[in-house]
Design a protein around this ligand. Structure first.
Ligand code: M6R
Length: 321
């Protein structure tokens, strides 16, 4: 009905907190990293996002009464659980976004927001990632409303955008034929880069992780603007560069990074709802995405990113599960 209704009672008011810390590992960390952008943009709430295995050994100052969110599919990741216990000692409210409702992390939390993704069979987190994003998106909207950062009309627009995600994901899945032939080319590479800006940056990190994990090809994710600060040296005609660039307010900036890549003969695979022409440089391939509200880009763009890794692995004969 155009509103986010959390199925749980929070033991704090979003309006009363000054900061959220999000702690997780691997893919769950990247979901938390996307959420950082959402909480900042839609709830005007400062967010620290940290890899749990680093956080637990740091002396990050935590204000008692603030909120720490733990994201975990299994709910059993040792570093995430240890971070949770550390945060509790520091007087944080403990919220977990977990898939396994009976897990240790769920049991040790003040509030559990379940992802309800069903059992995760494969090692590579895919449906868990998109389910984590969905839950975190709802929390960001709820925080935005509670803090007066979002009007009812703005909330309705974001909820409607979320409601459109299943249809958009179906469209993205129908583009599978675009990533299949690319897999053969990618499988011949030893190194790949993934670039993105805004919420597409954590998605670029996730794309690189998924490719490494499934196909054993070395890949790195970078914020597109960081390219010129070192990694551009890696680019030549043997290096595919996957650019995740929805046609939003950041597109032109990312297009200029693509042009830098093209100037070094990098082989650009653009995932975007923008036309090829808008990139204004040579592309090896373009996966043409449907257009959507920028809020939901990471949920839907995760699909082609996962399919690229999947098909590359299948083509190479590695075990995707
Ligand atoms: O169960 P968790 O979500 O806590 O696991 C954290 C990571 O080990 C996990 O996300 C891992 O990075 C993925 N399986 C990678 O696909």
């Amino acid at each position: 009905a155009g509103r986010v209704e959390l199925p749980i009672q929070l033991p704090f008011e979003f309006a009363d907190i000054s900061r959220i810390s999000i702690l997780a590992c691997g893919t769950a960390y990247f979901a938390g990293f996307v959420a950082k952008y959402w909480f900042e943009t839609y709830a005007n709430l400062p967010v620290d996002v940290d890899i749990a295995s680093e956080f637990r050994y740091r002396a990050a100052p935590l204000r008692p009464g603030d909120v720490s969110i733990f994201v975990s599919q299994s709910g059993e990741t040792a570093d995430t659980l240890a971070s949770l216990r550390h945060a509790r000692e520091k007087g944080q409210h403990i919220v977990s976004v977990v898939n396994v409702a009976t897990s240790s992390i769920a049991r040790d939390s003040d509030v559990v927001v379940p992802t309800l993704a069903g059992p995760e069979i494969g090692v590579a987190s895919t449906k868990a990632f998109t389910a984590q994003l969905s839950v975190l998106a709802c929390l960001a909207i709820a925080a935005g409303r509670a803090r007066g950062a979002l009007s009812a009309i703005q909330e309705r627009a974001l909820v409607q955008a979320l409601n459109e995600v299943p249809q958009l994901m179906i469209k993205a899945l129908e583009l599978e034929h675009e990533s299949e032939p690319l897999a053969r080319q990618l499988s011949e590479s030893s190194n790949m880069l993934f670039l993105g800006r805004g919420t597409s940056y954590p998605l670029a990190l996730e794309g690189a992780l998924k490719l490494k994990e499934l196909s054993y090809i070395h890949a790195e994710g970078y914020a597109a603007g960081e390219l010129k600060h070192g990694p551009i040296a890696l680019i030549d005609d043997t290096c595919p560069v996957v650019v995740i660039a929805p046609h939003d307010h950041l597109f032109q900036k990312t297009a200029s990074n693509m042009q830098e890549v093209a100037a070094r003969k990098g082989r650009i695979i653009l995932i975007s709802d923008a036309t090829r022409e808008r990139a204004a440089c040579a592309l090896e391939a373009h996966i043409p995405m449907p257009s959507m509200h920028p809020f939901t880009n990471p949920l839907v763009y995760a699909v082609p990113v996962q399919l690229l890794a999947y098909h590359t692995a299948v083509f190479m004969g590695t075990d995707v599960d």
